[in-house]
Design a protein around this ligand. Sequence first.
Ligand code: GLN
Length: 303
Amino acid sequence: MNIPALFAEIHASLPNVNTGRVADYIPELSKIDPTKFGVHATTVDGRQFSYGDAAEGFSIQSIAKVLSLTMAYQRLDQNLWKRVGVEPSGTPFNSLIQLEADRGIPRNPMMNAGALVVCDVLLDYLAEPQRELLAFVRSISQDGTINYNEAVAASERANSDRHRALIEFMRSFGNIDNDTDRILNFYCHLCSLEMNCAQVSATFLFLANHGRSPLSGQQIVTGGMSKRINAIMQLTGFYDEAGEFSYRVGLPGKSGVGGGIVAVLPGNYAITVWSPPLNPKGNSEFGMAFLEEFTTRVGGSVF
Ligand code: GLN
């Protein structure tokens, strides 16, 4: 099958789906051209398929939560689940609502509360968290050009009242150890990672390859841990739309409010799409429609 031709065909066949809105609650993200579209798939045996703006960097935002989760899971193993759960929340990504009943333990590491706990965990282990996170990402992708976008990090940092509220509320239940400003700085940098579709696919390939990066040859996590990270993405990667993404696309995946979505078929490939306008649940509208068509036409889903 000619995959780039199929990418072009699907792109052309979905002309009217682009009705979403570019995120503007982080002011820097509102500057993005809404007409951008890129897709890149990478297979575990090294094949690469690209279409559109696949080489243009974008803000990966919450996609990066999978990478911080991976680093925390490497260090704490099963003890990580004392601090954060693995259940779908059925709530928006930035919701506070369940934390009171759940006594400060976030439902999962993909919602903001859970990702902030994961950052708090990592601050206990990393002497230079921002440098070490970047080194980790560059190592698994074998790409030393990946970097933070400091303007995006500063823009989110200046608008982080809700993040602060989540941190302090969880602290009141004893589930936060570190200084709030350090957690906010680390979290906003994590979310500001800038990559293109090819780089995101390369980075996530270890989750398609039982925990081993085919690029660096390193075993990043065990096969069992890779299975569990994929399960968490499948159940929680799209917040209150995780069911919809599973139903339509049928792959473990993760979205970000920069308009990116990465999805993984274990044993086979990682695919990243980028289209900035978001649907009301904060997920790329065209990206989801594109992936739905792609996995349906090629039969490339876990179901
Ligand atoms: N940095 C964003 C936030 O915390 C990430 C959200 C997302 O991509 N869904 O609001």
